[in-house]
Design a protein around this ligand. Sequence first.
Ligand SMILES: C[S@@+](CC[C@H](N)C(=O)[O-])C[C@H]1O[C@@H](n2cnc3c(N)ncnc32)[C@H](O)[C@@H]1O
Length: 389
Amino acid sequence: MDAQNLTNQPTKTRFQYDDDEKAETIDEVATESSNLENDTAMGEPEGSLVASDEKTSADYYFDSYSHFGIHEEMLKDVVRTKTYQNVIYKNSFLFKDKIVLDVGCGTGILSLFCAKVGAKHVYAVECSSMADTAQEIVKHNGFSNVITILKGKIEEIELPVAQVDVIISEWMGYFLVYENMLETVLYARNKWLVQDGLVMPDKASLYLTAIEDADYKDEKIEFWNSVYGFDMSCIRKQSIMEPLVDIVDQKQIVTNSQLLKTMDISKMEVGDASFTVPFKLVAERDDYIHALVAYFDVSFTKCHKLMGFSTVSVDGLNKGEGPKSRATHWKQTVLYLEDVLSICQGEALTGTLTVESNKKNPRDVDITLNYVFNGGHCKASRTQYYRMR
Ligand SMILES: C[S@@+](CC[C@H](N)C(=O)[O-])C[C@H]1O[C@@H](n2cnc3c(N)ncnc32)[C@H](O)[C@@H]1O
């Protein structure tokens, strides 16, 4: 999920992704798809909503999920979408004859997967006007009797049932928690999930590592120090505060990776998405550190065999260990440091990272980084503030 891409997220690509791996085929489960096409409970499009062909950029600015482009990007993220499909198709026992709630259904893709493996009923909630399109898609595919699209915010809609057996959602944002949709999933869980019901995915973990990135730091951050001979370093201050969403080349990684936080979506409280954690990154070679890099993974632990995916990619941070994985649309999140740290193999960069949703706009994420480095060739200690918006 990344509404940022349609607004102004300063992304860049250092590495051209060679899309040679076509979506692998998946074992289709033989389930009956109904051809009944009775319209379901979705309300009529509200008068205030603008028809998609009449939308202006202002409409999209405030409701980026109503444009098909962002859904196209998510659906074409094969790591993401195939994992959900595999989880559902290969674990149909978790969905068959169950009442499912799809939190933020977008085009309805996850609901369709669930309906296909025999869910008793799927309530698919979507707050953007993509709900109208999802309704059309559900009807075209003959699932109107199984999937009910409900247009509105989870926090405001009424569900026709008191409880659901399974909650499925793709809520993850850049840096895992950007956009704060996890809170919406927890709200739905607390309100409707039956005792011992399933939340899918049910685990999410955030990791940190450190990279050498002189060229790009110069190009993006130090650039502002002298622009055609003029000092624009006031923009440098803003620029360094913005985490950069991008694919990092594995060759840039200087230290080990550290697990910062694992969230148990089935048990955690809303406040648990804000946290302060210590870290210790140990250099694997002599090099310079220009930035820290965060990435995440999610898992579905209730599957017959553990399933999930990581935003580490073979192009990015995966050093070839474990199964090959492709870059996801979440890429990685780069936090540039004020200091350039000359680090020797075996030396450690230590500190704490605080992650919290912004008080004024809870969709934004405030990140506070404290670091201390006492190396043989270099010493530094600093607090830096970042804001993902
Ligand atoms: C990341 S997209 C996932 C869409 C779809 N489930 C998929 O996997 O392709 C998240 C969707 O949740 C919707 N959404 C976000 N917050 C919501 C809320 N509070 N209530 C209902 N829908 C919400 C967004 O409009 C968006 O379409």
